[in-house]
Design a protein around this ligand. Structure first.
Ligand SMILES: Cc1cc2nc3c(=O)[nH]c(=O)nc-3n(C[C@H](O)[C@H](O)[C@H](O)COP(=O)(O)O)c2cc1C
Length: 199
């Protein structure tokens, strides 16, 4: 399977980097073709400029065009990022803003200016979102409503036609032990093996 892996974390050596490295390693071991982007390391240009705001004659930066082609070609997608204020880091939000373009990720039917219900265009069948946070899962859900769940499952992947979205949040990171983090990485490995088995 052709799998796109996107990491949105600012620091090499972080637990998020360890998660992404585990994902990439297991995918490759299982025979999948991996396209990996560490958005911070690549200095991904996250700000959507006015001339690129979706419209028929919009100018699309070649870097973004390349990302769009990779998104279109992806049969599976894995997203790795920490919870920042119930949102992804801005660089990853910018990746969605610029790469999930109309005509690439979704479209509206003829005559619909964008107020209706779109058709998802992604042929990706399977997405996995791996998050980290410093909040107990129960508190995240009860107090904050777990915004990352709705964001990825409904607002982004659901909107663009990806039917099968799995998400796992690892917490609490800040005072976790080495053993806990090693256990979580084994969980990542098992999850990737289950969802993206040997091809
Ligand atoms: C700007 C910022 C905002 C954050 N907001 C939240 C938050 O809303 N909820 C939460 O549980 N943790 C929050 N955190 C903590 C991060 O989720 C935590 O540092 C990260 O998941 C740890 O992973 P790492 O060891 O790979 O950096 C925030 C951290 C930063 C830097």
């Amino acid at each position: 399977m052709n799998v796109l892996v996107i990491l949105g974390h600012q620091q090499a050596g972080s637990f998020n980097h360890a998660i992404a490295a585990t994902v990439v390693r297991v995918l490759k071991d299982n025979g999948h073709t991996v396209t990996f982007h560490d958005l911070y390391a690549e200095h991904f240009p996250a700000i959507l400029p006015a001339e690129e705001v979706p419209q028929d004659n919009a100018f699309v930066d070649p870097v973004i065009q390349q990302h769009c082609e990779e998104l279109t070609a992806a049969e599976g997608i894995v997203i790795v990022h920490p919870n920042w204020w119930g949102m992804p880091p801005a660089i990853l939000k910018g990746w969605v803003d610029r790469v999930f373009r109309p005509g690439v990720a979704y479209e509206f039917s003829e005559g619909d200016l964008g107020g209706g219900v779109p058709t998802g265009l992604l042929t990706t069948r399977l997405a996995l979102v791996l998050n980290t946070s410093n909040t107990e899962d129960e508190r995240e859900q009860l107090v904050f409503g777990d915004p990352l769940e709705a964001l990825w499952v409904d607002c982004i992947f659901g909107f663009c036609g990806v039917p099968n979205v799995h998400r796992r949040n690892f917490s609490i990171i800040i005072d976790s032990t080495l053993e806990q983090r090693q256990g979580w990485l084994r969980e990542v490995e098992a999850l990737v093996n289950e969802l993206f088995p040997v091809s």
